[in-house]
Design a protein around this ligand. Structure first.
Ligand code: CMP
Length: 139
C-alpha cells in the first residue's frame, strides 16, 4: 500500500550541501517528497523528538548535534514507505551500512549519520505530526 514516513536530512548533510544529493537518492528509491521544510531545531524540539532516547548515553550529544545547524524535515510517500526509506538509508552506523545506501555514501559517523527515518508506521504518524500540520502535506 502507499504509505508515508518521516525523514530528516541532518546537520552534517546540510552543512556539506547534500540536501539535493540525499533527496535524489530518496526519490530514486521510489519515494516522493510530499512535504519539506528547512528549519533550525530548537533544543526543546530536539529533546522532544528524541525523548525515547533520553536515558541513552548519547542523548545530550544527539540533542546538541541536531541543533548545531539546519535540518530538512520531510514527509515521504511511496509503496511501503517506512521500509523503503530504511532500506535506502542503510544501517545507523555507516561502518555497517550497505553499498548503495545514503549512510554508506554520506554519513560521517554513528551520530552524524546524515539522515533519520521513522522505524515504524506508528512512529511515522507521530513524527510527521510533530513537525507538520495536515495542510503542509500535499500528496
Ligand atoms: P536516528 O535514526 O536519528 O535515531 C537516533 C540517533 O542517535 C541516531 O540516528 C544517531 O544519529 C544518534 N546516535 C548517536 N550515537 C548512537 C549510538 N551509539 N547508537 C544509536 N544511535 C546513536
Amino acid at each position: 500500500a502507499t504509505t508515508r514516513t518521516f525523514s530528516i536530512i541532518k546537520p552534517d548533510a546540510t552543512r556539506r550541501n547534500l540536501t539535493g544529493a540525499v533527496t535524489k537518492m530518496l526519490e530514486e528509491a521510489g519515494l516522493r517528497v510530499v512535504a519539506s521544510k528547512r528549519i533550525l531545531m530548537t533544543e526543546e524540539q530536539a529533546k522532544g523528538f528524541y525523548e525515547v532516547h533520553k536515558d541513552r548515553p548519547f542523548y545530550g550529544e544527539l540533542v546538541s548535534f541536531m541543533t548545531s545547524g539546519p535540518v530538512v524535515v520531510q514527509v515521504l510517500e511511496g509503496e511501503d514507505a517506512v521500509k523503503r526509506n530504511r532500506d535506502v538509508m542503510g544501517a545507523t552506523n555507516p561502518a555497517d551500512a550497505a553499498e548503495g545506501t545514503i549512510r554508506k555514501a554520506y554519513a560521517e559517523n554513528i551520530e552524524a549519520n546524515s539522515v533519520h527515518g521513522s522505524d515504524s508506521e506508528e512512529n511515522a504518524a507521530t513524527e510527521i505530526a510533530f513537525f507538520f500540520n495536515d495542510d503542509e502535506i500535499v500528496g
